[in-house]
Design a binder for this molecule. Structure first.
Ligand code: ADP
Length: 529
C-alpha cells in the first residue's frame, strides 16, 4: 500500500478545508437577506449575489457589466457618482447610506447600502456594496412623519384657538407654577391687577406683584395670602373660591373680584400649576349696594307710619271696648293682625339692611332655653288651628345669647314649618344636649326641599321656585336672618329634608353653666362676631 508523503496529506486536507469554507461562505452570501455586489472603481457590476434579484428585480446576469448608477433615479446619479469616486480613491473607506433606487418594475424604492473600498484587499480587489431593501421601514417612517406633522399642526391650531379665546375672555385668567411664578396671563388679568399690558404683569417680579395689592373679605377683614385660592389649590383644596375686595395699594382703587383656582396635577397627582380665573363683579356689587340702600331707606320710611297706625288702632280698640261696639272691635282685631304681619315684614327688611351693614347689636345674657321654647310654642299654637305643635324633648339647661333674637329664629322656623306643610297637621319640636352644644330642631311633614336647595335657602332672598311652590308668599329672607343670628352666637344651622317628605331644621348653640339662683347675669350689649 502506497502512502502519500505527509506534506501532501496536509496540503490536501487544507484544500479540503478551504473548499468547505468557500462553500460555507458562498451559502451564507447566497442565502442572506442582504445582497452583495462587487463593483469596479467606475461603478460597473462585477458580481451580484442571488438575493439581488429579490431586491432589484433584475437577476445578477442582467446587471453584471452594467453601471450601478443606472439603478438610481436620474436626479440622484450625479451626486452618487461623486461620492462613489471619493470612496474609490480611498482604499479601506466605508460609507453607509440610505437612498432610493429604481426597481425593474419601474417603482422607486429605498435601500440601505454599505459601500467598502476593498480594491487593495487581495482576492477581492473591488468595491463591495452590501445592500438590502428598507422600503417598508421608510414607508412607516414617512407615515409617522406625516402623522406627527398633522398632530403638531392640530396641537398648534388648538393652542392658537385656545390662546385667542383666553386672550379675549372677559374674565381674567392667570396661570402660576407651584412656586407662585406667573407663567400666563391674559389682557383682562393684566387690567384687573393694574398693569397696562400682559408683558408688564408677566415680567413683574413676584414680590412686586404681591406687594401691589391687598385683599379683604366681605366684612372688610384683611385676607392673608394663605387664604388666597391659588395657595389653597396648591395645598390640595378642590377648586377653592373667594369673593374679595381687591385694593390696589398704589392707586387705592378697589374692585370686587370672585377668584377661583384649580390645580393641575402631574401623573404622581402633585400640583405643578394653578389656573386662577378672576371675575370682576364691581358693577354687580355697586348695584347690590344700591338695592340694599333702597331696602334700608324704604323700610325705615315704612316703619314710622306703621307705628303711628298701630298706635291709633290701639286707641280705637279702647274706644270700641268702652262703647261695647263688638262688630267694630272684631274688624279692628283683623286689621291689627294684618298690621302685625306688615310690621314683621318691615322688621325683617330692616334686619337685612342691618346685617348687610354689620350693624345688628345683640343683648347677650344667660337664659333658660326651655322657658323660651315653651313660650314660643304656646304662642304660636294659639295662632294656628290647623297644626298641632308637639314639644317632644327639653334640656333643662341655660344658654347664653340674645333671647329675643333667638326667639325670632325659633318663630321663623315654626312659622315656616306650618306654612310649608299645608297637608300635614303635626310639627315636632325637640331641644337636646349634644356635647358642648344644645340643639333645637323643628320637624314638619310638609312639602320638603330638594337637596340642591339645602344650602341656598339660607341665602338672602332665596326661595325655592318649583311649580308646586309658587302659591307660598314670602320674601325669602327669614332663613337668612336666622342663619346670621345663629352664626353670631357661634352656632350652626342646617336642614335635613327630602322633597315630598317634610323637613327638619336644626340649630345649635354653645352650652353655658347656668347662673346660680334666680338672678340672671348682667345684660351686656355688644356685637357678637
Ligand atoms: P320665605 O318663607 O319668606 O320665602 P325663608 O327665608 O324663611 O323665606 O325661606 C326660604 C325658602 O326656603 C322658602 O321660600 C321655601 O322655599 C324654603 N323653606 C323654608 N322652610 C321650609 C320648610 N319648612 N319646608 C319647605 N320649604 C321651606
Amino acid at each position: 500500500m502506497s502512502t502519500m508523503p505527509e506534506h501532501t496529506t496536509i496540503a490536501s486536507s487544507a484544500l479540503e478545508t478551504l473548499k468547505q469554507s468557500e462553500g460555507f461562505f458562498r451559502a451564507l452570501i447566497e442565502n442572506s437577506a442582504d445582497a452583495i455586489a462587487l463593483m469596479t472603481p467606475e461603478g460597473i457590476f462585477l458580481y451580484l449575489s442571488p438575493p439581488a434579484k429579490k431586491i432589484l428585480g433584475y437577476s445578477p446576469e442582467e446587471l453584471v457589466g452594467h453601471s450601478g448608477f443606472d439603478l438610481l433615479p436620474a436626479d440622484q446619479r450625479a451626486l452618487a457618482m461623486q461620492q462613489f469616486s471619493k470612496i474609490a480613491q480611498n482604499p479601506g473607506i466605508r460609507q453607509i447610506k440610505e437612498h432610493q433606487y429604481v426597481h425593474k418594475d419601474g417603482s422607486i424604492r429605498w435601500m440601505e447600502s454599505t459601500t467598502t473600498n476593498l480594491l487593495d484587499t487581495p482576492y477581492v480587489q473591488a468595491i463591495v456594496v452590501n445592500f438590502h431593501d428598507i422600503s417598508d421601514r421608510k414607508q412607516i417612517e414617512e407615515q409617522l412623519r406625516v402623522s406627527e406633522q398633522i398632530a403638531q399642526r392640530q396641537v398648534k391650531e388648538s393652542h392658537d384657538q385656545l390662546s385667542a379665546i383666553l386672550k379675549n375672555a372677559a374674565d381674567g385668567i392667570m396661570v402660576q407654577d407651584n412656586t407662585g411664578r406667573m407663567i400666563y396671563a391674559n389682557q383682562a388679568a393684566a387690567q384687573v391687577t393694574g398693569y397696562n399690558t400682559v408683558e408688564e404683569l408677566l415680567q413683574a417680579p413676584l414680590l412686586e406683584y404681591q406687594e401691589k395689592f391687598s385683599l379683604t373679605n366681605e366684612y372688610g377683614q384683611p385676607l392673608p395670602p394663605t387664604q388666597f385660592p391659588g395657595r389653597r389649590a396648591i395645598q390640595g383644596e378642590e377648586n377653592p373660591q373667594i369673593t374679595a375686595n381687591y385694593i390696589d395699594k398704589n392707586t387705592n382703587t378697589k374692585r370686587w373680584l370672585v377668584i377661583k383656582s384649580t390645580a393641575i396635577r402631574d401623573i404622581q397627582n402633585q400640583p405643578y400649576m394653578v389656573i386662577n380665573t378672576i371675575q370682576d363683579i364691581t358693577r354687580l356689587k355697586e348695584l347690590e349696594q344700591r338695592k340694599d340702600d333702597f331696602i334700608s331707606i324704604a323700610s325705615h320710611e315704612l316703619k314710622t307710619p306703621i307705628t303711628s297706625i298701630k298706635g291709633f288702632t290701639q286707641l280705637l280698640q279702647h274706644r270700641f271696648k268702652k262703647n261695647n261696639d263688638e262688630a267694630s272691635l272684631l274688624m279692628l282685631n283683623k286689621m291689627e293682625r294684618q298690621l302685625n304681619k306688615l310690621s314683621n315684614l318691615i322688621g325683617d327688611l330692616l334686619d337685612i339692611s342691618k346685617i348687610q351693614a354689620g350693624k345688628i347689636s345683640y343683648h347677650v345674657e344667660p337664659f333658660d332655653l326651655d322657658t323660651l321654647v315653651h313660650e314660643v310654642v304656646e304662642n304660636l299654637q294659639g295662632t294656628t288651628a290647623t297644626h298641632h305643635l308637639e314639644l317632644e324633648s327639653t334640656t333643662g339647661l341655660w344658654v347664653s345669647g340674645d333671647k329675643d333674637r333667638l326667639e325670632q329664629v325659633l318663630i321663623n322656623l315654626l312659622t315656616n314649618a306650618i306654612k310649608y306643610s299645608p297637608q300635614a297637621n303635626t310639627i315636632i319640636i325637640r331641644a337636646e344636649v349634644e356635647q358642648e352644644n344644645v340643639r333645637v330642631s323643628v320637624q314638619d311633614f310638609g312639602i320638603g326641599i330638594a337637596e340642591s336647595h339645602h344650602q341656598k335657602i339660607f341665602e338672602r332672598f332665596y326661595q325655592v321656585t318649583d311649580e308646586e311652590e309658587n302659591p307660598f308668599p314670602g320674601l325669602g329672607i327669614g332663613l337668612h336672618i336666622s342663619a346670621e343670628i345663629v352664626r353670631r352666637h357661634q352656632g350652626k344651622i342646617w336642614v335635613e329634608s327630602t322633597k315630598g317628605y317634610g323637613s327638619t331644621f336644626t340649630f345649635t348653640l354653645p352650652l353655658i353653666t347656668p347662673p346660680s339662683g334666680e338672678v340672671a347675669a348682667p345684660v351686656q350689649e355688644h356685637n357678637l362676631s
